[in-house]
Design a protein around this ligand. Structure first.
Ligand code: HEM
Length: 411
């Protein structure tokens, strides 16, 4: 339910500026989420820069344009929010992220610390534990034969490995998913979906703040790396807590949807599943292709900082731009057969993890999770099929499933 009303506090229904084609697409409606691809094509085909009448907002959906805007952080800022709301005009409903919702120089300081926290070496140290957990979980599921690929694998795996790795205590981990759901909803309009998720996640707010404190993280979890950086003066201790909070916010729902995406894709494209079984080194590319194919993070916004143009149309300081990462990842001008899931395609350059200074800082962790799950599946599962109607989970930013009934056979 979206209410169908305009949001005057966010601009409301506004006619397009001269020369910019207006579209009646609502990218935050259930109809859109259920099947975004025809509208993605309309958005791409109409013009490089289009206007979403319902929200009075400019949008881009072609690969080249999305990439260009992502790379130009000086003109297209994140500091006024990467959602529809402009912090400068509409305020904020929670403290902003000092990484996602910031520009240099703040962003540079935060990013340096998170680059260390989520580095290649840290991921290497986690690989063995993650792989053992994936093996254990897949063994159980093969034994079971029929299971829900969402609850029992796509959600269960990150929820098992991630909180331990960062060093969280055991209580309250079930707050992570509702919290992430609420934050990712908050990047869209303040629709019913956001309001309902904010109510569900009320308790999670304080819990996440508390969890992110140093004394609540185990000494050997990677969350401590943020505090060690603070000890060296690279950020303040308050900022360290905010960086841990950023990881807790972005680190679960995203990977849940990434793993869900690859499971669903492999079950629908048996030829690709066969290729993976025959060649396990395709585990990583298969996960990457699923990120392109489904784009678990579908959209983000930027705010214009200075007069510029997009496709020849003038933009003023303060204008919001909606970027369709999911549409860019299936742009036929960039990708051959974009609607085909092909684990051997050259997938480099997709924008599923973003690009430029804000490119996902947790992507090594996401890939590690995806890879160990797929590797275990390829060794232990013979066939995989969808046995019932999958159900989508609707979120203003994330694309994913809430139910995926699967049947597997052992090798
Ligand atoms: C499949 C999983 C994931 C996907 C698809 C994904 C997607 C993205 C995207 C598209 C961005 C760019 C945002 C922008 O340009 O405004 C981003 C940034 C970010 N991601 Fe991820 N992400 C994933 C997993 C993770 C994980 C596991 C973590 C943490 C452990 C994480 C933490 C972050 C943070 C902190 C940022 C902000 C980086 C910055 O602003 O410099 N993400 N992610």
């Amino acid at each position: 339910m979206d209410g169908g009303k305009a949001f005057p506090e966010l601009g409301g229904a506004v006619a397009p500026p001269p020369g910019v084609p207006g579209l009646d697409i609502d990218p935050f409606s259930e109809a859109f989420f259920a099947d975004p691809y025809p509208d993605h094509a309309r958005l791409r085909d109409t013009a490089p820069f289009v206007w979403l009448i319902k929200y009075g907002i400019g949008a881009i959906a072609r690969y080249e344009d999305v990439r260009k805007v992502l790379l130009d952080w000086e003109t297209f800022s994140s500091a006024r929010g990467v959602g529809m709301a402009d912090f400068a005009k509409h305020g904020r409903f929670r403290l902003p992220s000092i990484i996602l919702e910031s520009d240099p120089p703040q962003h540079t300081r935060s990013r340096a610390v998170l680059n260390k926290t989520l580095s290649f070496l840290v991921m290497k140290s986690l690989r063995e534990t993650f792989a053992a957990e994936a093996d254990r979980m897949i063994d159980e599921l093969v034994e079971k034969r029929e299971f829900d690929g969402c609850a029992e694998l796509a959600e269960a795996f990150p929820l098992r490995v991630f909180p331990d790795a960062i060093g969280m205590n055991r209580e309250g981990r079930d707050n992570l998913l509702p919290y992430g759901d609420m934050v990712f909803n908050s990047f869209g309009p303040p629709n019913q979906r956001f309001l309902a998720s904010a109510t569900r996640a009320e308790a999670a707010f304080t819990w996440v703040e508390t969890q992110a404190q140093r004394e609540n993280l185990s000494p050997d979890g990677f969350g401590q790396i943020c505090y060690q950086a603070a000890d060296k003066g690279e950020v303040t201790h308050k900022e360290a807590a905010m960086l841990v909070r950023a990881i807790l916010t972005a680190g679960v729902d995203t990977t849940v949807n990434g793993i869900g995406a690859v499971l669903f894709a492999l079950a629908r494209f048996p030829g690709e599943w066969r290729k993976l079984r025959e060649n396990r080194s395709l585990a990583r590319p298969a996960f990457e292709e699923a990120i392109r194919f489904e784009s678990p993070v579908q959209t983000f916004f930027r705010t214009v900082t200075r007069p510029t143009t997009l496709d020849g149309h003038p933009l003023a300081e303060g204008d919001k731009i909606l970027m369709f990462l999911g549409a860019a990842n299936r742009d036929p001008l960039k990708w051959e057969n974009p609607d085909t899931f092909d684990i051997e395609r050259p997938v480099a350059g997709h924008v599923g993890f973003g690009v430029g200074i804000h490119a996902c800082v947790g992507q090594l962790l996401a890939r590690l999770e995806g890879e160990v799950v797929l590797d275990a599946m390829a060794r232990k599962i013979g066939t995989i099929e969808v046995t019932g109607e999958p159900e989508r989970r609707f979120n203003n930013t994330l694309r994913g499933l809430k139910k995926l009934p699967l049947r597997v056979t052992a090798v």
